[in-house]
Each structure stands twice: as structure tokens, then as C-alpha cells.
Design a binder for this molecule. Structure first.
Ligand code: BJW
Ligand code: ZN
Length: 310
């Protein structure tokens, strides 16, 4: 028996009138309009390799040179990108007076994102620096994780711009945010070479250099090989305690631009729905999230979010 879905803006806005705790669960589709490739489907192929196969501890252990070049490419993409209308809309909802105009009883609003590209944080930063908006004393409250609070951006799959030691966290806890481009000269050179190879008409893994481990980024504490500060398959997502509290208290869950195929993120809408909460999916097309939704707004989230919530 299929789940009954509505696409009525009016009914969804009615549900928001009594909402108290609102969460957004976001995925790669949120950043698609900014030019960041998604994981599944055509966008997920890098130099003829599948992004999903590269985002694993095994791939890194077997070929750190390959995986670092993939993340160098991703870092450059993210640095060159700018937040789109969907990031900006979700950021604007952290302003209590704005959210109160559509959800007058709301108490908390938090964005749980699977994305590592920093674009939601950048949308927040640009909002906080815009002079035209009154901030209700939120000026110094640049959100990161704030358990039980409101206005947080929770980056559950880590961050593309964090660089950390490849040893286990117990062995070496070094981690540093580094927005530089390139992160290291050799990666920069390999990236440019691969690009000219590609523009000469080839899109293959042959364009990927074999960089010796000594020339890859290193831990600044113990000298071991460094790795991107992202969460790969089989690794523990970040901030799970905070997230679980938010999911357990949420009465409205917006699912934005995710295929809802990766756990535990894929289970959050299900949990809210099962408790009788309202779930609204914003996606280009049908996704696994639809199974546990009350509302589905098909289309690009950068136009659908402003249409439904703006
Ligand atoms: C638009 C749009 C537009 C496009 N507008 N929409 C069996 C059952 C249950 C679980 C498991 C299982 N077997 C294995 C597991 C666990 C595993 C898992 O879920 N595997 C599945 C494949 C089954 N999960 C894990 O391993 C996680 N860890 C874990 O569970 O740990 C447990 C633990 C607990 C305590 C201690 C120790 C362990 C970790 C998952 C890590 C995922 N990592 C990645 C890479 C991150 C780094 C990087 O960026 O490189 O995260 S994989 C990749 O998938 C990335 C994404 O965040 C994630 C989700 O993808 P997302 O965002 O949904 O993207 P797409 O491409 O799939 O979808 C895009 C969507 O957007 C599409 O639907 C489009 O239609 C849409 N769209 N444009 C609106 N403009
Ligand atoms: Zn180290």
C-alpha cells in the first residue's frame, strides 16, 4: 500500500502553524544548483571512477594518492561555488522573526546536512554580514553545533576543508580547517595536468597521477599521512548525540535534495513520521524519502523551497 502524498502548499503551511521543533535533513541536491556534483547518477563520476567507491576507508588505504586527488578536485569545486537560493532560504529561516511568520509557535530550527561543501555555513555568514537585516542579538552566534538550541548547522558527514591525521583519533587527534587552494603544491599540479588531459578530449582515470605518499598532505602533529576530515562509509557520522535529540523532538522534518539511501540520515524522516510528525520532501524526482513523507514537492529545491516557504 503506497504512502499518501500531498503537494499542497496550503496544507503544508497549515502544518507549520503548530510546529514547535523543525529540522531540515539535507543532501547533495541542495548544492546541485551551485555546480557541486551529486553522488548518485551521472554527476557522481570523476575521471571515470564512481564517487561512491572513492569515499571509503579501503579506497584511501589502497590508494591515498587517488583519493587525495579526488578530494582536491572537490575542494576546488566547492571553493569556486557560491551558495544558491536554497542555501540562502534555509539560512534566512534561522532568523526567529522570519521563521515565526510561517511557524508562529516554533521553538527550535536546525539544519542537519550530509554535505561537506561548507555552502550552508557560507550562506549563514553572508546573511549575518548583510547590514539590511535585524539580527535579534544573534550577531555573535555563528551557528555550528548547538545541542538543544536553535539555528544550528550540523555537518554530520564532516567537512571537506578539515584536514586530519589518518591515524585513529585515539592515536592522534590532529585536525585543522584549511581553506587554501591548492592544499599542497603537488596536488595543485596534478589537478591542472588532469584538467588539460581532460580538455584534450579524454575523461579517464589515466589522467590521475601516482603521487608518492611523502608528497601528500601530512599531519602537523605526528608527521603521518593526513586525510580529508569527511565521514566515509563504515565510519561514525559526527554529532550523533545532538542529532538524535533533535530527531526525537522534531514535529516537522524537511528532507531536501537527498536520495535518502545512506544511513543513519535516511532514517530521520522515518522516525519523525512514525511519531506522527509532518515530513515534507523537496527533490527533483521520486526518492526513498517519499515512503515516509506527508508532502512531496518535486522540482529543483532552489525554486521549490522559496515557493513553498518564502
Ligand atoms: C535535487 C536537485 C535539486 C538533485 N533540487 N533535489 C544496510 C542498512 C543500513 C545501513 C547500512 C547498511 N549497509 C551499510 C550501512 C551503513 C552505511 C550505509 O548507509 N550504506 C548504504 C549505502 C546502505 N552508512 C554508513 O556507513 C555511515 N556510518 C554509519 O552508519 O556508522 C555507524 C556507526 C555508528 C557508531 C560507530 C561506528 C559506526 C556513514 C555514511 C557516510 C557517507 N559518506 C558519504 C561521503 C562523504 C564524504 C564526501 O563528501 O566525499 O556521504 S557517501 C555520500 O552519500 C555522501 C553523502 O552525504 C551521502 C548521501 O548522498 P546524498 O546527499 O543523498 O546524495 P545523492 O547523490 O545520493 O542524492 C542526491 C539527490 O538530490 C537525488 O535524490 C536527486 O534527485 C536530488 N537532486 N538536484 C532538489 N536541484
Ligand atoms: Zn598525527
Amino acid at each position: 500500500i503506497g504512502n499518501i502524498l500531498s503537494d499542497s502548499v496550503e496544507s503544508f503551511r497549515d502544518a507549520l502553524l503548530t510546529a514547535q521543533h523543525i529540522i531540515v535533513v539535507a543532501g547533495a541536491g541542495l548544492s546541485a544548483a551551485s555546480g557541486i556534483p551529486t553522488f548518485r547518477g551521472a554527476g557522481g563520476i570523476w575521471r571515470s571512477l564512481d564517487a561512491i567507491d572513492l569515499a571509503t576507508p579501503t579506497a584511501f588505504a589502497e590508494n591515498p594518492s587517488l583519493v587525495w586527488q579526488f578530494y582536491h578536485y572537490r575542494r576546488v569545486k566547492a571553493l569556486e561555488a557560491t551558495p544558491n537560493a536554497a542555501h540562502h532560504l534555509l539560512a534566512k529561516l534561522t532568523i526567529p522573526s522570519v521563521l515565526k511568520s510561517i511557524a508562529p509557535d516554533f521553538k527550535t530550527y536546525n539544519l542537519i546536512t550530509q554535505n561537506v561543501d561548507r555552502l550552508s555555513t557560507r550562506a549563514m555568514e553572508s546573511l549575518l554580514s548583510s547590514p539590511s537585516i535585524q539580527f535579534e542579538k544573534r550577531k555573535n552566534d555563528i551557528p555550528t553545533v548547538n545541542s538543544g538550541g536553535s539555528g544550528g548547522i550540523i555537518e554530520m558527514h564532516g567537512r571537506l576543508f578539515d584536514v586530519r591525521c589518518s591515524k585513529s583519533q585515539e592515536e592522534c587527534d590532529w585536525v585543522e580547517e584549511d581553506l587554501s587552494n591548492p592544499l599542497n603544491v603537488v596536488l595543485g599540479m596534478a589537478g591542472r595536468e588532469a584538467e588539460s588531459y581532460e580538455s584534450a578530449g579524454s575523461n579517464s582515470s589515466e589522467a590521475v597521477k601516482n603521487i608518492p605518499v611523502e608528497e601528500l598532505p601530512k599531519c602537523k602533529k605526528c608527521g603521518a599521512l593526513a586525510r580529508p576530515g569527511v565521514v566515509w562509509f563504515e565510519e561514525k557520522p559526527k554529532h550523533l548525540d545532538e542529532i538524535n535529540k533533535l530527531v526525537d523532538q522534531a514535529d516537522v522534518c524537511l528532507v531536501v535534495g537527498t536520495s535518502s539511501t545512506v544511513f543513519p540520515a535516511a532514517s530521520y524522516a522515518y522516525r519523525v513520521h512514525k511519531r506522527g510528525g509532518t515530513v515534507a520532501v523537496f527533490n527533483l524526482e521520486e526518492s526513498d524519502g517519499d515512503d515516509h513523507a506527508n508532502f512531496v514537492f518535486y522540482g529543483p529545491c532552489e525554486t521549490e523551497l522559496p515557493r513553498v516557504l518564502g
